[in-house]
Design a protein around this ligand. Structure first.
Ligand code: SF4
Length: 510
C-alpha cells in the first residue's frame, strides 16, 4: 500500500546523469511505496525550451531517469507517457523538439509523447465552494491517467511567486482554456485546477533551479531532486527552502484550506540525504521576482503605470497583462541584445489608472488590456479610455476563442498600422498574452522578431503546420471535446463536493 502520510524527500544531486536520477527516483518510489500502473503519465514543465531558454524546462536527462525508474517499479503498466502543453502560441512539438524530448523518448524506448494541444479536451465538473467556474477542460490523457507524475522544474514565478508542483498544472490545459481566468484570479485558477487530478508521485528538477523569472529564469545551482506524494506538502517544503512562507502564496494556501494537504512542517514527513536547513542555506538569496511592473521597467525607456484590475480583493493583476509585459521584454532581450537601446520612449498603462501620464508628443501611450481605463489629459489632449472588461461569469469555455500566433501577428500589424499616426492606442484582451506583447514591442522598437529567428523559423513553421494538421484531422475523425462521464478518472478529491471516480460524474451545474 502506498504511504498516505504526506512525505517529502530531499536528495542531493549535482549533475544531470540519467542513471543517478533513475536511482534517486527509484528510491523515492520505494520509500513511499508507490507502484506505477495502468496509464502512467509524466507531466514535465516545458513552457519554453532550447538553448535560448536553458533553465526554463525540466531537462530531458531528468525525465529520462524518471521514466526508467517508473518502468522498473511499474506493475501492469499499460502505457508510459509524457504529456505537456508548452507556452501559449508555441506548438508543443516545437517545445519538445528543442527540449530534446524526442531523442530522449527514443533512448528510453516505448514512450508515448502527448502534445496536449492536439488531444481531445475532456470536461471535468467542479463542485467545490468558491470555484471560479463550474467545469474545466483538460486533455484526455490527463483525465484518463491511472498514475499521474508531476515533474516540474524548480522555478520562481513573477506572477504566482513560485512554479513548483501545483503551478505546473497550468500546462494541463490547451491555450484557450488556459487563458481563461489567467488574470488577477490566476492563483485561484491554479487552486481550482487541483480538482482535476492529484499526482501520486511528484519529482522536481531542482539541480539547476530557475530564479527570478518564468520563461527566461537565471540559473541557480541547488543540486536538489525533491520528491513527494502530496502536492501541497511538496510545494510548502519547496517554499521553505527558498525562504517564502507558503501561506503567502495564494494557490498553496487555498489548496491547503480546501483540504489538499498540510503546509506546516510538523505535519510533513521529511526524508532524504540533505536536510531542510542545508537546503535553505544552499538557496539563501534566491529571488522569486515578484516585482510590480512600474518598478520592473525603471531605468528603461518603458514607463509603466498600473491601476487596480476589476476585483474586490486584488489591487494589482499579478496573473495577467503586467507580468506578461515583463516576460515579453525578457524574451526580446534574449533574441536581440540591443533591445533596450532600440526601445523608443513609451508609456504602458494597466488597469484603472488615475494618476498623471507624463508623455511627450510623439511618445506612444498604450492602454493594455480590457480593464484599462483612463480619464485625463495626456500632453494637451483629453483622453478617455473606457473599460472593455467582461465579467468572468460571461465567458463560456466552449465558445471562448484564442487566435493562433499568425492571426495575432496579422492583427497586431493591422492595429499598429492604423494607429501609426496616433500617440494613444489600446490593445484589447484579457489577458493580453506574452506573445501579443512581444509582437507589439517588436513593432514599436523595431527589434528582431523571435518568431522569425533564422535559426528557428523553419522548425517553428513545420511544427505549427504539423500541429494544425493533426488538430484538423482530430476534428474530422475524433471528438475535439468530450463531456465528462463515468470512465473519466480523477485521482484525488479532498472534499465532499467532488464525487468519486466510480460515480457517474455527468455534469450537473450548480
Ligand atoms: S485586462 Fe489584463 S490587467 Fe486587466 S484584468 Fe484582464 S489580465 Fe488583468
Amino acid at each position: 500500500m502506498a504511504t498516505t502520510e504526506p512525505t517529502v524527500i530531499l536528495k542531493r544531486c549535482t549533475d544531470y546523469d540519467p542513471e543517478r536520477i533513475e536511482r534517486i527516483a527509484s528510491e523515492g518510489l520505494q520509500l513511499m511505496n508507490l507502484q506505477p500502473h495502468g496509464r502512467t503519465l509524466v507531466k514535465p514543465n516545458v513552457v519554453a525550451s532550447g538553448e535560448l531558454f536553458p533553465h526554463s524546462f525540466t531537462r530531458p536527462e531528468f525525465v529520462e531517469g524518471v521514466l526508467r525508474a517508473l518502468r522498473k517499479a511499474g506493475n501492469s503498466l499499460e502505457e508510459l507517457a509524457v504529456g505537456e502543453r508548452s507556452g501559449i502560441t508555441v506548438p508543443t512539438r516545437f517545445a519538445f523538439r528543442h527540449a530534446g524530448y524526442y531523442e530522449m523518448a527514443r533512448r528510453v524506448g516505448d514512450i508515448k509523447l502527448y502534445h496536449f494541444d492536439e488531444e481531445t479536451q475532456v470536461e471535468i465538473p467542479l463542485y467545490h465552494q468558491g470555484r471560479l467556474r463550474n467545469s474545466f477542460f483538460t486533455p484526455e490523457p490527463v483525465a484518463r491517467a491511472d498514475f499521474f507524475v508531476n515533474c516540474p522544474k524548480f522555478k520562481a514565478h513573477p506572477w504566482t511567486t513560485v512554479t513548483f508542483s501545483m503551478k505546473n498544472y497550468i500546462g494541463i490545459q490547451d491555450d484557450r482554456h488556459r487563458l481563461i481566468d489567467h488574470d488577477h484570479a490566476l492563483n485561484y485558477k491554479v487552486a481550482d485546477l487541483q480538482y482535476i487530478t492529484q499526482p501520486q508521485f511528484i519529482i522536481t528538477d531542482g539541480i539547476i533551479a530557475g530564479e527570478g523569472r518564468m520563461l527566461t529564469p537565471l540559473p541557480y545551482r541547488l543540486n536538489l531532486v525533491a520528491m513527494g506524494n502530496n502536492q501541497v506538502a511538496f510545494d510548502a517544503v519547496c517554499c521553505h527552502i527558498i525562504g517564502v512562507d507558503p501561506r503567502t502564496v495564494d494557490h498553496i494556501r487555498l489548496a491547503h484550506e480546501r483540504g489538499f494537504g498540510p503546509i506546516d512542517l510538523d505535519q510533513i514527513r521529511l526524508e532524504g540525504d540533505v536536510s531542510l536547513d542545508e537546503m535553505k542555506e544552499m538557496a539563501s538569496g534566491f529571488e522569486v521576482g515578484l516585482v510590480r511592473v512600474e518598478d520592473y521597467f525603471k531605468g528603461t525607456n518603458i514607463r509603466a503605470y498600473s491601476g487596480p484590475p476589476p476585483s474586490d480583493t486584488d489591487d494589482y493583476c499579478w496573473g495577467g497583462c503586467p507580468g506578461a509585459l515583463e516576460e515579453a521584454i525578457e524574451i526580446l532581450r534574449v533574441y536581440d541584445k540591443a533591445t533596450d537601446e532600440k526601445l523608443p520612449p513609451m508609456h504602458i498603462v494597466f488597469g484603472a489608472y488615475e494618476g498623471e501620464i507624463d508623455a511627450r508628443a510623439g511618445e506612444k501611450v498604450v492602454f493594455m488590456g480590457d480593464c484599462a481605463t483612463y480619464r485625463g489629459t495626456i500632453g494637451s489632449k483629453k483622453v478617455e479610455i473606457e473599460s472593455l472588461y467582461r465579467d468572468r461569469s460571461t465567458i463560456d469555455p466552449e465558445t471562448f476563442k484564442v487566435d493562433d500566433i499568425f492571426v495575432k501577428m496579422m492583427k497586431m500589424e493591422k492595429l499598429l498600422l492604423e494607429r501609426r499616426n496616433e500617440d494613444v492606442m489600446r490593445i484589447a484582451g484579457c489577458p493580453v498574452s506574452v506573445a501579443e506583447q512581444v509582437l507589439m514591442l517588436v513593432k514599436l522598437a523595431k527589434t528582431k522578431n523571435p518568431y522569425f529567428d533564422p535559426g528557428q523559423v523553419i522548425g517553428f513553421v513545420s511544427c505549427y503546420l504539423s500541429m494544425r494538421t493533426r488538430q484538423a484531422l482530430q476534428r474530422i475523425f475524433k471528438q475535439p471535446y468530450q463531456r465528462s462521464g463515468p470512465t473519466i478518472r480523477g485521482a484525488a478529491r479532498p472534499d465532499q463536493n467532488r464525487p468519486g471516480p466510480e460515480d457517474d460524474i455527468s455534469l450537473e451545474r450548480n
